[in-house]
Ligand binder design. Structure first.
Ligand code: SF4
Length: 232
């Protein structure tokens, strides 16, 4: 904790305990890097500072605002979650919200509601496995930063690690992680490109990638009306 107080990252979502703001940050961080999330998080909250304001927007506005973050279903699910919370409040079990899995639920519980639960993301899990230690929820942010900046996946920086003295993995090296499959030319890329076109303005179906449109429609990201494809 002393190490974290000295060198912890100054991230905007660490300055709030507002559950909606924390939820927005956690959903954005699910598959997007911190540096890319920061400006998008700030812009999102400036536009929609509350659950109610996001719930009042159209799904299409949320999808359009999500463009460039990738995995667009997250934006749509965040909007659906906001609508549900605006009507019924925050559920006891947060995984009932669209797009909220066990990790995101535990992060919101810990960082917003102060529940006694440690959110275990990739970084936290790696530090726990290597140190074979247990940590309290109070250490969550510190563990996340330690995993992101010191206890790195392949070559951990044990020489500057505050846990080195008691760590049985000190000095170890690890195999490269399996690379993510290529985005270029993938079906994900075709979907993203198709959604980008529709987000600019409605498009005739014949002008688009039909398979991508079908997949986007199944996910609720586009609607087709008289062969015109638009955001919902
Ligand atoms: S000593 Fe090395 S392996 Fe152990 S927690 Fe620190 S960085 Fe990770």
């Amino acid at each position: 904790m002393a190490w974290f107080r000295a060198v912890g990252r100054d991230l905007p979502w660490r300055k709030t305990r507002d559950p909606y703001s924390i939820l927005v940050s956690e959903v954005m961080l699910q598959q997007t890097q911190v540096e890319r999330v920061i400006p998008r998080y700030l812009a999102w909250l400036e536009r929609w500072p509350t659950v109610e304001s996001l719930a009042a927007a159209s799904p299409g506005d949320a999808i359009r605002a999500w463009q460039g973050l990738g995995y667009n279903r997250r934006g749509l699910n965040l909007h659906r979650a906001a609508r549900r919370i605006a009507v019924s409040g925050w559920p006891e079990n947060l995984t009932e919200l669209p797009g909220v899995g066990p990790y995101t639920a535990s992060a919101v519980r810990c960082f917003a509601f102060g529940d006694d639960v440690l959110p275990v993301d990739t970084n936290v899990r790696r530090v726990q496995e290597r140190t074979r230690d247990r940590f309290s929820p109070a250490a969550a942010q510190a563990l996340m930063d330690l995993g992101a900046t010191v206890c790195l996946a392949r070559i951990p920086r044990c020489g500057i690690c505050p846990l080195a003295a008691g760590c049985p993995s000190r000095g170890s090296r690890y195999e490269p992680l399996r690379k993510q499959s290529r985005f270029e030319g993938s079906f994900r890329a075709r979907r993203a490109q198709t959604l980008r076109l529709v987000a600019e303005h409605p498009q005739p179906l014949a002008a688009l990638d039909g398979e991508a449109v079908a997949a986007l429609r199944d996910d609720g990201l586009v609607v087709c009306d008289n062969d015109l494809v638009s955001l919902p």
